[in-house]
Design a protein around this ligand. Structure first.
Ligand code: NAD
Length: 490
């Protein structure tokens, strides 16, 4: 089979690069495309191009409103090409077409939101304690941004970095993941079509040491926006010890869904299933821990088991499919290992627990594990797979203790009809997002990010564009009198 070839974008030029690697279709386990593996030199070229573009009049001379219009154009192009990009994402990552299609379309709304914010960045004027002085603060683009994304939801995770960075007037090098980079490399064509000057956005892909580390440690990079796992995040933090770039980290999670015995059980069951089996559990906000009040446990588990066994697992390009394969063989083996270890630690299989044989590809069954031990591997570790770990609690205090009982703190869900209890839990849960009687709702308007090992900083919302600027404080002396004694500060 001839492999489809993809190109990276550096300084306005598309090229196959000097080194390549094969990308594997997770639905078959076979290679289907050849991707450029950016070398350290090519990555540095991309950063240098972004640095030149930062100061070039074609970009630096644009008004904020003009930048917003370019972003709006990009959004229109993305909306138009969403079905094509979705098919590519499905092919390269195994994420089902229903999800990639909906997500690519909604990602255009993110660019529209950031387009609208471009001319709403405000500085400040200070009422200083000196009668003959004016002082104000300008907000300026922070500089060259390194945007590093993981393989799940690459178009979306890029939008929440690229959108605010461009709105603020920065230039960007996006590093697509080495797993499933096709949609992002294809998206790079839209950057060109939207009319961004050359070098303003560069899109590369490749491996951690050559590409990722070169990018995040480069002296010309001022801002790193990273999404990925905590282990890589630590390397990124070490990399930024070189350039002291301001860094945001969006990391993993082990998000709990708390279901109390007064909850609407049918709704809670649907939300739990969507929370863990959507994207085959490969979502940072996957609700991978179900904490259920003991009296409700048997009923809810029965409902969940029936739903898990009815999930239509299959070809991710088929619109009827509800769950596809995992994205990589590595991921499949990781899930198998953690499930096996958890069973050795006493976790009991309610349903699933193995590969789906006979399909080729990296398919794993929708799986539910009944756990007594909050220390079990499947309760503590992020699996990034379709595995739900269930623990029972007796009262609210125990529910909170269990919910906050991992190092992560990305998202959480609470199902209860008791309003006062809902509010108490919102306060008590150590998580960047609390969904009450719902799960997995997102919007560009609402900030997103984690506590603890789930990350640093927030993406989305009004503040996000400010986070790609820095202030310059300006002092202006308004007196015409000669400057007095130079050895006294005023
Ligand atoms: P990963 O950490 O392995 O890789 C992320 C990116 O970092 C990739 O592009 C990779 O090439 C790059 N990288 C690797 N080594 C590097 C280095 N030394 N320096 C710089 N970059 C380097 O993550 P993954 O396995 O691809 O993705 C899964 C993880 O991402 C999960 O933990 C998941 O929870 C997390 N995630 C978080 C969010 C969020 O918004 N919080 C969203 C999606 C995924």
């Amino acid at each position: 089979m001839t492999l489809q070839r993809f190109e990276h974008l550096i300084d306005g030029r598309f090229s196959e690069g000097t080194e390549t690697f094969e990308s594997v279709d997770p639905a078959t386990g076979e290679p289907w495309a050849l991707m450029p593996a950016a070398t350290a030199e090519e990555t540095a070229e991309a950063v240098e191009a972004a640095h030149r573009a930062l100061h070039a009049p074609e970009w630096a001379g644009l008004t904020a409103g003009a930048r917003g219009k370019l972003l709006w154009k990009l959004a229109d192009l993305l909306a138009e090409k969403a079905p094509d990009l979705a098919r590519l994402e499905t092919r390269d990552t195994g994420k089902i077409i229903r999800e990639t299609g909906a997500q690519a379309g909604y990602t255009a709304e993110y660019y529209r939101y950031f387009a609208g914010l471009a001319d709403k960045v405000e500085g400040a004027h200070f009422l200083v304690d000196k009668p003959d002085m004016e002082a104000y603060a300008r907000r300026e683009p922070i500089g060259v941004v390194a945007a590093v994304v993981p393989w799940n939801s690459q178009l979306f995770l890029t939008a929440v970095k690229l959108g605010p960075a461009l709105a603020a007037g920065c230039t960007v090098v996006v590093k697509a993941s080495e797993d499933g980079p096709a949609p992002l490399l294809a998206f790079a064509r839209l950057i060109e079509a939207a009319g961004f000057p050359k070098g303003v956005v560069n899109v590369v892909t490749g491996f951690g040491p050559a590409c990722g580390a070169t990018l995040t440690s480069h002296p010309l990079v001022s801002r790193v926006a990273f999404t990925g796992g905590p282990a890589t995040a630590r390397q990124v933090v070490r990399n930024t010890a070189e350039n002291l770039a301001m860094t945001t980290l969006e990391l993993g999670g082990k998000s709990p869904v708390l279901v109390f015995d007064d909850a609407d059980v049918a709704s809670a069951a649907n939300a739990v299933v969507a929370g863990i089996f959507a994207a085959s559990g490969q979502s940072c906000v996957a609700g991978s821990r179900l904490l259920v009040q003991r009296g409700l446990k048997a009923e809810l588990l029965d409902a969940l088991k029936a739903k898990a066994e009815a999930v239509r697992v299959g070809d991710p390009q088929d619109a009827a499919t509800e769950m596809g394969p995992l994205a990589t063989r590595r991921q499949l083996e990781h899930v198998e290992r953690v499930v096996a270890r958890s069973q050795e630690q006493g976790a009991r299989l309610v349903t699933g627990g193995g590969r789906i044989e006979g399909r080729g590809g990296f398919y794993y069954q929708p799986t539910i594990l009944d756990c007594d031990d909050p220390g079990a591997a499947c309760v503590q570790e992020e699996l990034f797979g379709p595995v739900l770990s269930v623990l029972a609690f007796d009262d609210e205090a125990e529910a909170v203790r269990l919910a906050n009982g991992t190092g992560y703190g990305l998202a959480s869900g609470v199902f209860t009809r008791d309003l006062a209890r809902g509010h108490r839990l919102i306060r008590a849960l150590r998580a960047g997002v609390v969904w009450v009687n719902t799960y997995r709702a997102i919007s560009p308007i609402v900030p997103f990010g984690g506590y603890g090992l789930s990350g640093l900083g927030r993406e989305g919302g009004l503040q996000s564009v400010q986070d790609y600027t820095r202030t310059k404080s300006v002092w202006i002396r308004t007196s015409d009198d000669p400057i007095p004694d130079p050895f006294v500060m005023r």
